[in-house]
Design a binder for this molecule. Sequence first.
Ligand code: NAG
Ligand code: NAG
Ligand code: NAG
Ligand code: NAG
Ligand code: NAG
Ligand code: NAG
Ligand code: NAG
Ligand code: NAG
Ligand code: NAG
Ligand code: NAG
Ligand code: NAG
Length: 535
Amino acid sequence: MALQAVLLLALSGIASAQWGTLPSNADNATDHPAYYANLTFEPARSISTWENLTVETPSGTFVGMLNDSYPDVRQFLRIPFAQPPIGDLRWMPPQKPLPSNKRIDSSRYGPACPQYVVSTGTIWTEWAPSDALLNLGESQVEGAVAWSSDEDCLSLAVWTPADADRHSKLPVALFVTGGGGTQGGIWTPSQLPSPWVSRSQEHIVVTINYRVNIFGNPKSRALDETSLSLLDVRAAVEWVYENIEAFGGDGENIMLWGQSQGAALTHLYTLAFPDDPLAAKFGVISQPPSVTLNLSATDDVYEDFDIVAKALGCNYGDDAEAELECMRQVSWVQIEEYINRYSGSPSISFADYIPDERYIFSNETERYLAGKVARGPAIRSDVAREISTNDEATTAEEEGEWICTAMDDSALRLSLGLETYRYLWAGNFSNISPEYYLGAYHWTDLLMIFGTYREQVGDVPGLEVKTSRTMQDYMLDFLKDPSSLPSAGWVPYNGSAAEGGLILEFGNGTTVKNITGDWLQGGCFNSSIPFRIYG
Ligand SMILES: *[C@@H]1O[C@H](CO)[C@@H](O)[C@H](O)[C@H]1NC(C)=O
Ligand SMILES: *[C@@H]1O[C@H](CO)[C@@H](O)[C@H](O)[C@H]1NC(C)=O
Ligand SMILES: *[C@@H]1O[C@H](CO)[C@@H](O)[C@H](O)[C@H]1NC(C)=O
Ligand SMILES: *[C@@H]1O[C@H](CO)[C@@H](O)[C@H](O)[C@H]1NC(C)=O
Ligand SMILES: *[C@@H]1O[C@H](CO)[C@@H](O)[C@H](O)[C@H]1NC(C)=O
Ligand SMILES: *[C@@H]1O[C@H](CO)[C@@H](O)[C@H](O)[C@H]1NC(C)=O
Ligand SMILES: *[C@@H]1O[C@H](CO)[C@@H](O)[C@H](O)[C@H]1NC(C)=O
Ligand SMILES: *[C@@H]1O[C@H](CO)[C@@H](O)[C@H](O)[C@H]1NC(C)=O
Ligand SMILES: *[C@@H]1O[C@H](CO)[C@@H](O)[C@H](O)[C@H]1NC(C)=O
Ligand SMILES: *[C@@H]1O[C@H](CO)[C@@H](O)[C@H](O)[C@H]1NC(C)=O
Ligand SMILES: *[C@@H]1O[C@H](CO)[C@@H](O)[C@H](O)[C@H]1NC(C)=O
């Protein structure tokens, strides 16, 4: 199977036999209990008058809240970081928000960017719904546009210790969620950071929404820029850099980090903005091998947009401008639903980006060798099972692609004198592993870092608690001062050192231990060494 296809399945949650056996009574859109959500009656709300929950910025005055479950964490759940990308701004790069002194209630999440809830059972929908965007009472397999999404989606959320103020200057972890380029957003239950911020009281977490699918990667020949997802990340970093001090953060100490598609975007960001990254450090958690289109293997990169446009009545022959303008008049719901239901040939995808040699580069090695990469240390990590098929050999082979990507990248960074701290998540804890055979599965390390593992049903052994604390402490050390890591046991990765260098392994029988590069990634250069997938 083509790598691209496997990745798409792994990342976007599209169902397929290769996800393994689902329960025979698996939910589906038709046999799910009738929809019921109490959307009509919401309790009356009030905006807090507490000065310490009110933060003024040039683009608005945001009033946050304290959640009873974590009263020592201040939450601002909806802060627009760009103008709404609607009307003429649909498919345009994000625009700076207009100056405003409006008072905005930030006590609730804003909508995620346009996306749909898949129609068939997958690991994510059946066993790991806490990794999916919270939906407003739709079934996990609704097969329709997500009601919690909307085109006016470019907002971020900020979590700070309750007593943080503009003098606190805390380090900031700016998180980009995964979702295969088609899904994802702030309101993903297992990725909400309150437990972590509550425990540390020493850092701030920001999580962003960014445009996905055709809205984030429109592939129209009439556009100068099509990789809008990446530009959305940039706009969010700029907003945080300029405004986080008022929330208690240090704009000069931002870690941009992301998982899966969010990791790919973080990685691409380091190559796109080498000279003024604004972020001081990076975290690349489970980066898929590549989300950049190979131009020599693709006849017409603009075809997918044409297919959608023509089907929706925007057929102007070769007039790409007219096609785009017409598509700006079509409801986002109709566009998203069309893509959701499309099963024609050729298949279409808006999850990988077109190299434009300005933000997205066809030859990343060349970029590195020219020194065009953001300075600043990085974490690069993988998990013992990045993808899952029924077939162990395929799983191991695909696992290798991910591990070797991290290895190659770290080597290029080292050649420029840039430090990379590597880890492998290998904890097999039943309450967070979607299925026993998956062990340390793609994304479950996030539950350990955010501290949300406790909210999942099932026993929580002592090792799980200790491992989570250890991972949080290392992340916090990295945030505060990476030079403190070696004395805490985490040495930078050096592939040329003895036994291929050192990588930390978390959660495999003990909280943390060293493993060697040769042990983990020997298969990258010697095909008789297997990739290990058992945590
Ligand atoms: C989904 O619903 C249809 C129609 O009720 C039914 O035929 C099918 O068996 C169901 N699929 C699963 C996996 O339960
Ligand atoms: C909906 O929720 C509100 C507030 O919790 C409650 O007062 C109301 O009875 C609910 N309505 C229905 C139809 O359940
Ligand atoms: C408070 O936080 C908990 C845990 O994240 C969440 O389940 C709950 O919905 C939140 N309550 C409010 C009012 O936001
Ligand atoms: C925030 O302000 C409220 C109201 O003045 C006060 O009761 C509370 O203690 C303050 N919280 C912190 C963490 O300073
Ligand atoms: C791109 O595709 C061409 C043609 O299929 C192939 O030869 C080449 O190796 C591919 N490049 C990469 C970086 O995968
Ligand atoms: C990418 O650039 C490197 C360094 O210039 C070169 O060795 C390599 O062949 C290039 N790769 C492709 C696919 O062109
Ligand atoms: C995880 O542990 C269970 C026993 O608790 C075991 O059956 C399973 O094989 C383990 N999975 C992996 C991937 O190691
Ligand atoms: C890993 O090995 C290095 C070098 O021997 C050591 O300094 C470090 O403490 C070890 N880390 C752990 C977690 O054991
Ligand atoms: C990496 O290891 C090699 C071999 O031991 C050594 O020569 C080199 O200085 C090391 N690089 C760094 C950055 O420590
Ligand atoms: C590759 O690994 C195998 C098994 O560990 C080993 O026997 C062989 O010598 C290795 N080959 C090379 C070229 O290192
Ligand atoms: C976990 O540790 C055991 C023994 O220490 C080892 O055999 C296994 O390969 C490790 N699993 C992973 C995924 O590293």
